[in-house]
Design a protein around this ligand. Structure first.
Ligand code: 6CS
Length: 374
C-alpha cells in the first residue's frame, strides 16, 4: 500500500525529515545548553530549572521512532504511549511518534537511538543482528509456544531477556525497556510453501540478521536481507520470491497483492522491543523515570491487544480479495514438525557457532522459562 513504487520518494523524504528532526531538537535550553550536544541533553527540557532540586513543573519533549506506518501496531503503540505518558505526567511530557520511512531504514533508526538523536525507538531485534549477536535468539524458529498470550507473559517476565539480554543491549547503547510481540509470523510466496523442499532455491527476503538468513538456508532457501521499505517492489519484480511477517503487516503493506500464496505456518513470533537511549534515560529525574517505567508496563497489555485485534481482523481481507487472489493454506502439525526438525539444527548452530557463554546461558534460561510456563 504505502511503499508501492515509492522507494525513491522515501529516500527523498529521509533527507527532508532528518533536517526537520534536527531543527526540532535544536532548541536552546533555558540553561543555555543545546539539545543533542550530549546524550544527557538529548530531548528538550523546555523549562529546565537545573540541578538536583529541579522543581516538578519542568517539561519534556521527546521523539519516539517506529518501524511501521500509521494504523500498524508499532505506530499505534507509540501514539498511545505518548497519550498515556502525557496524561500520567499531567501534560509535562509530550512525545512525537514517528512513522517509518522519514528517518531512513530500520538500521539507520537504531543508530539514531544509539547516538541520542531520538530518545525512544521500537526496534525489531532482527535489525540489530550483526551487532548484538545474542539478540538473534528471537530469530530461532519454533522456540516459543503456540499460545500467543502465554508468549507475551514469558516476554514480560523472563529474567533471561529482561535482565541478561537487556544488559547486553545496554552495552551497545540501546536500553530495552520491554519485549513484546506482534503476533505469529506466516510465509507468503510466489509458489506454495508447504514442505522444506518448497524452499529449495527460494529467494527469501529477511531482515539483517545472519541467523534469520541461516534459518532459511537450513530449509534450502536463498535469503536476501533488505528493509521492508523495498519489499513490495522487490516481490512485485521477482527480486525476491517471498517473505515472513505477521498477518496484519502482510495485509497492511499489501504484500499479498504481489504474492499468490500464503502459508499459516506460525514458525515464530515477531518480537519488538521498546528501547530508549540509556544515557538519556539514566539522566532523567527519578520521578520522570518512574512515569516512563509505569507507562512501559501498562503498554504491555495494549501491545498484546493491538496485535491481536489486527491479526484477527485482517486475515479475511487477504482470503476474500478477488482482485488480487492469494491461496491461503494452513500447515498441519505434522507439516510443521518437518520444519521444526530443521530449525532445531539452527538452534544448535546458534549455541555452537554464534554466541559465547553468556548467549548460551540466556538460551538455556529462556528455554527453562518457556518450559515452566507451558
Ligand atoms: O518485515 C519487517 O521488516 C517489518 N515487519 C514488521 C512486523 N514490523 C516492522 C518491520 O520492519
Amino acid at each position: 500500500m504505502f511503499f508501492k513504487n515509492k522507494t525513491f520518494l522515501m529516500f527523498m523524504l529521509i533527507a527532508a525529515f532528518s533536517m526537520i528532526l534536527m531543527a526540532c531538537g535544536s532548541g536552546e535550553q533555558t540553561d543555555g545548553s543545546v539539545d543533542g550536544e550530549t546524550p544527557e541533553e538529548s530531548g528538550s527540557q523546555d523549562d529546565s530549572s537545573g540541578g538536583d532540586d529541579a522543581v516538578s513543573d519542568e517539561t519534556y519533549h521527546w521523539r519516539f521512532v517506529t518501524e511501521e506506518m500509521e494504523g500498524q501496531v508499532q505506530y499505534e503503540y507509540a501514539k498511545e504511549f505518548a497519550e498515556l505518558i502525557n496524561e500520567k505526567s499531567d501534560g509535562r511530557i509530550t512525545m512525537d511518534p514517528y512513522e517509518f520511512g522519514g528517518l531512513g531504514s530500520e538500521v539507520d533508526q537504531v543508530e539514531q537511538l544509539q547516538n541520542g538523536l531520538v530518545e525512544f525507538a521500537i526496534v525489531s531485534p532482527g535489525f540489530t543482528g550483526t551487532m548484538v549477536t545474542e539478540g538473534q535468539i528471537f530469530a530461532l524458529q519454533f522456540l516459543f509456544t503456540d499460545d500467543l498470550e502465554l508468549n507475551q507473559e514469558i516476554l514480560n517476565t523472563s529474567e533471561a531477556l529482561n535482565t541478561h539480554l537487556a544488559s547486553i543491549y545496554e552495552g551497545h547503547n540501546i536500553k530495552p525497556l520491554a519485549f513484546w510481540h506482534e503476533g505469529a509470523m506466516q510465509w507468503t510466496g510466489n509458489r506454495e510453501l508447504r514442505t522444506p523442499a518448497d524452499f529449495n532455491g527460494f529467494k527469501m527476503r529477511t531482515q539483517e540478521s545472519p541467523l534469520i538468513m541461516e534459518s532459511y538456508r537450513a530449509y534450502g532457501a536463498d535469503p536476501t536481507p533488505m528493509s521492508w521499505g523495498e519489499l513490495y517492489t522487490s516481490l512485485e519484480r521477482g527480486v525476491v520470491d517471498g517473505q515472513e511477517n505477521p498477518i496484519f503487516f502482510i495485509e497492511d503493506a499489501s504484500f499479498h497483492e504481489v504474492q499468490d500464496h500464503m502459508t499459516i505456518s506460525r514458525h515464530n513470533i515477531y518480537v519488538a522491543m521498546t528501547t530508549v537511549n540509556p544515557d538519556f534515560y539514566n539522566g532523567l529525574p527519578e520521578d520522570i523515570r518512574a512515569i516512563v517505567d509505569e507507562t512501559v508496563e501498562e503498554m504491555q497489555v495494549r501491545a498484546y491487544e493491538l496485535q491481536k485485534e489486527q491479526n484477527e481482523a485482517l486475515l479475511d481481507n487477504i482470503i476474500n480479495n478477488d482482485t488480487h487472489p492469494t491461496e491461503v493454506i494452513e500447515l498441519t502439525e505434522a507439516e510443521r514438525d518437518e520444519f521444526r526438525a530443521l530449525a532445531m539444527d539452527v538452534h544448535q548452530y546458534f549455541l555452537d557457532d554464534i554466541v559465547g557463554e553468556e548467549g548460551k546461558m540466556i538460551y538455556d534460561m529462556l528455554k527453562e522459562e518457556i518450559e515452566a510456563a507451558e
